[in-house]
Write a protein that binds this ligand. Structure first.
Ligand code: SF4
Length: 117
């Protein structure tokens, strides 16, 4: 499953630079699918969602850092554990029960983000 940042976040920003997929954004910041990935143009995600990779998307959270679940692979394919959770000083990067994915689904997402299929 993807990782989510809870409202216990203290906005230290330690996690943001650790994410291999550029899935972590500052509060109120727009996000793009193309940032930190190889995606361009109109893409259909493995979950069926259709997006323009370079188009600004609305922030998921206004008050604290947030993770874009469509870009989070739980660090599969890069590291053995979620890097955001490993560096978070208040342990607020936790599994997102609303985005439950198998290891294979996470690896498929990783290959999709980098055009590896
Ligand atoms: Fe990024 Fe990994 Fe955290 Fe997901 S688990 S947001 S891929 S650092």
């Amino acid at each position: 499953m993807a990782i989510i940042i809870t409202d216990e976040c203290i906005n230290c920003g330690a996690c943001e630079s650790e994410c291999p997929n550029n899935a972590i954004y500052e509060p109120s910041e727009n996000w793009k699918l193309s940032e930190g990935t190889y995606l361009t143009g109109v893409v259909v995600l493995p979950n069926g969602k259709k997006l323009k990779a370079e188009e600004d998307q609305e922030p998921v959270e206004d008050d604290y850092f947030y993770i874009v679940s469509d870009k989070c692979t739980e660090c599969k394919g890069f590291f053995n554990e979620p890097q955001c959770a490993a560096v978070c000083p208040v342990d607020c990067c936790v599994p997102d029960e609303n985005h439950i994915e198998s290891e294979e689904e996470l690896l498929t997402k990783k290959r999709f983000l980098y055009n590896e299929d």
